[in-house]
Design a protein around this ligand. Structure first.
Ligand code: CU
Ligand code: CU
Length: 335
């Protein structure tokens, strides 16, 4: 078992068992510092350097709600190395050089004017789950050096996946080609602190070539649905390393999208109960007062929650093999 997995396993045991918890972050032993560099209290127990991520975490804040009725979106496909866990880089296929791709937002009724440019050495494409459009026209392969343009009206509100749809799709998704598009209802949701979490998996082996430190896709692991890493926003446990700081008792809204390609997310916040969950396109609550909700592969949901008091609240996929592999983060409620 790798040190990271060992620590992640410990994280869960410490959180689940509760009794060994240390004082919350507001205790006097914590000196004030930039929140994004302070590891969660339960996350490091001195055996592994989980608090020393080699890159800054992906900003989980949702982009601001837009008022434009014409949304021009241009995305470039590039093959690039990305960090998928502390000390682990991966030869990814990306939208705009990042995994996940850009977090996008629109409002119901907006026209999305979309341009896709392929700077990669192989065909790729783009499938927006928020669109109602003929895939045979829009979700077609774009050759290297070529581009594609199409428009659609975002008619339905929700937290939507977008992804490359080039065959084999599992390979293109597992290599990093996905992201989230939030579509707001016409009448905006009530004010809240808003975050976007895209869950996904990485199936790895040592990449060939001179850079032996990088990882690349292991197709057999993918077919066997045995990922090495399961991540929120493309990096294992990044928000356990750098907790997301929020005020206690304030309304929070989490847009959770599951890119997969294989694992259902059993989304849960330890120490909290979701006041409302909006499945996919619902603008009225689908569920109220729920502990754990499945987000299917290729699906999304909007979670509303308040954290009752200052402290640290892990969020996980409650499919705990996946949490152990990195589908874990921390919401730090701090006055
Ligand atoms: Cu692709
Ligand atoms: Cu799809």
């Amino acid at each position: 078992m790798s040190p990271l997995r060992l620590v992640l396993a410990f994280v869960w045991i410490a959180v689940a068992c509760g009794g060994e918890r240390r004082a919350p972050a507001s205790a006097t032993t914590q000196t004030p510092q930039a929140p994004s560099t302070t590891p969660a209290a339960d996350v490091s127990h001195g055996e592994a350097a989980i608090g020393s991520a080699d890159t800054a975490p992906v900003d989980p804040q949702a982009p601001p709600r837009t008022t434009a009725t014409l949304r021009r979106i241009r995305i470039e496909i590039r093959h690039a190395k990305v960090t998928i866990a502390t000390g682990a880089s991966y030869d990814a296929w990306t939208f705009d050089g990042h995994v996940p791709g850009p977090m996008l937002r629109a409002t119901v009724g907006d026209t999305i004017d979309f341009t896709l440019v392929n700077r990669a050495p192989m065909p790729h494409s783009m499938d927006f789950h928020a669109a109602e459009i003929a895939p045979s026209r829009a979700y077609v392969n774009v050759m290297p050096g070529d581009s594609l343009h199409y428009r659609y009206v975002a008619r339905v509100a929700g937290a939507f996946l977008y992804h490359c749809g080039t065959a084999p799709v599992a390979m293109h998704i597992a290599n990093g080609m996905y992201g989230a598009l939030i579509v707001d209802p016409k009448r905006s949701r009530p004010p809240a602190r808003e975050f976007v979490l895209v869950q996904s998996e990485f199936y790895t082996q040592k990449a060939g070539g001179p850079d032996s430190t990088a990882l690349a896709l292991d197709w057999q692991k993918l077919l066997g649905q045995a990922p090495d890493y399961v991540t929120f926003n493309g990096r294992a446990a990044q928000y356990a390393t750098a907790p997301i700081v929020v005020p206690p008792r304030a309304p929070l809204r989490l847009y959770v999208v599951n890119a997969g390609p294989n694992r259902v997310s059993a989304f849960h916040v330890v120490g909290a109960i979701f006041s409302h969950v909006y499945l996919d396109s619902s603008v009225t609550p689908s569920l109220s007062g729920v502990q754990t909700v499945d987000v299917p592969v290729g699906g999304g949901a909007v979670f509303e929650v308040r954290l009752a008091e200052p402290g640290e609240y892990p969020f996980v996929s409650h499919a705990f093999a996946d949490a152990t592999k990195g589908a874990v983060g921390v919401l730090r409620a701090k006055e």
